[in-house]
Ligand binder design. Structure first.
Ligand SMILES: Cc1cc2nc3c(=O)[nH]c(=O)nc-3n(C[C@H](O)[C@H](O)[C@H](O)COP(=O)(O)O)c2cc1C
Length: 401
């Protein structure tokens, strides 16, 4: 049997300070067996040399439109179609403006107009350039034309400012490229599942806080099983020490309030699953300094106030309620009674009620679980967390399709 053809990326590097990061992207692609052919704009040559890009890609580096006239050379049309995907990283404000307006005045912009392949852009620029009305109009046009955007991200910039405009990290762009080159097929293809996992941490002072014994294992197993079925999974995770499952977009948060805001920022979704063990309470005031023992008192009073209920806020959402809202309940007793109450009061479609206790569920690989939905409760089953993940995935498939 013939070996599958090597996938190829045409990587256009624009003239931004982030151009050096694209050298790491070339290395990541090559290590994964992806061919990377590089085009540098004139401005990009001020930031990285054709020599280093060529050494990493192990291929000729293309820079000038009129160098391609030679019969022995690949013409610009052939070059624009020689890859499975065209990636622009960094995509400068200038390059985005040119493509949005159909300009073709150098090799990079001509290739972008001539290509018959999907174009992916990783914008990188100063925060004010990014927020400029002209850039935002160009982004909207490019989105409408089917250009895939990766980033930009928020953070400190080379120019000393802070905000949106940093190029996505090479690993993030690499993952987006791999997802585009190897589209996943499965029963949940194209469905967006938003979910939470792990514990939350509510600070009391800079050193101490309130947390719980959730390890995140169940949520991460579910995220992995859903992604394997082709779902676009956004996993909002509390502090855990688990690797991110393949193909899952993970966003780390710490407190219940951060988790609440992040969940709502990622709606709409086809399904929401609240697996995280979210703290019901947080300290009314977080002490600025570590709370010292006092010689005069053997007691310390901390006032706790209620955190918002994430599951109910999604289940009862008036405009963006996902088609399917699933919640987890961790109970030490009365599984069915508490599970039914949760189902009713939180606007959920189903509750997976788990029996928890000293040596049960938390950080274990097995759980005792009961499913409660409109059809009533199932009997309590002892299952591994991987089996639960498979069961829930099948449940979601049957309910969403
Ligand atoms: C030091 C320096 C850093 C720059 N960084 C960026 C940048 O990150 N993003 C951007 O859009 N333009 C940046 N520019 C401006 C671009 O280089 C300029 O717009 C150029 O025309 C882009 O050409 P190109 O799009 O053909 O690569 C920078 C310029 C300089 C001198």
């Amino acid at each position: 049997m013939a070996a599958p053809a090597q996938k190829r990326v045409l990587l256009i590097i624009g003239g931004g300070i982030a151009a050096y990061k694209s050298l790491s992207l070339i290395r990541l692609l090559r290590t994964a067996g992806i061919g990377a052919r590089v085009v540098l704009t004139d401005a990009a040559k001020e930031f990285v040399t054709p020599l280093s890009a060529g050494a990493l890609s192990n291929d000729k580096v293309y820079t000038d439109l009129f160098d391609l006239n030679d019969e022995a050379e690949m013409g610009h049309i052939a070059l624009s179609r020689s890859a499975d995907l065209v990636v622009v990283a960094p995509a400068t404000a200038n390059m985005m403006a040119k493509l949005a307006n159909g300009l073709a005045d150098d090799l990079a912009s001509t290739l972008l107009l001539a290509t018959d392949k999907r174009v992916m852009m990783a914008p990188a620029m100063n925060v004010r350039m990014w927020h400029h009305g002209a850039t935002q109009r160009n982004v909207a046009t490019l989105n409408g034309d089917g250009v895939l955007m990766v980033g930009p991200e928020e953070g400190d910039m080379a120019c000393g400012e802070f905000g949106l405009g940093r190029m996505a990290e090479p690993e993030t762009i690499f993952k987006a490229i791999m997802a585009e080159l190897n589209p996943r097929t499965g029963a949940l293809n194209g469905k967006h599942v938003l979910m939470t996992a792990g514990p939350t941490f509510e600070p009391l002072d800079p050193v101490r806080g309130i947390t719980n014994r959730s390890s995140g294992k169940q949520g991460y197993a579910i995220a992995e099983a859903l992604a394997a079925e082709g779902a676009n999974v956004t996993l909002i995770s509390g502090p855990v020490s688990l690797p991110t499952p393949e193909g899952v977009e993970r966003i780390d948060v710490r407190t219940a309030l951060e988790m609440f805001d992040t969940v709502h920022a990622h709606l709409p979704a086809d399904a929401f699953i609240g697996v995280a063990a979210v703290s019901d309470w947080r300290a009314q005031t977080v002490a600025a300094d570590k709370q010292k023992k006092s010689a005069n008192s053997d007691e310390l009073t901390i006032t706790l106030i209620k955190n918002p209920d994430i599951l109910a806020s999604v289940g009862l959402h008036t405009t963006m309620r996902p088609t399917l809202v699933l919640g987890f309940a961790a109970e030490t007793q009365n599984l069915e009674v508490y599970g039914k109450t949760k189902l009713r009061t939180k606007g959920a479609d189903a509750i997976f009620a788990n029996e928890v206790g000293d040596d049960k569920v938390f950080d274990q690989d097995t759980t005792n679980m009961m499913l409660i939905d409109a059809h009533g409760p199932t009997s309590v089953k002892r299952l591994t967390k991987a089996e639960v993940a498979q069961d829930i995935t099948q449940y979601i498939i049957s309910r969403l399709n």
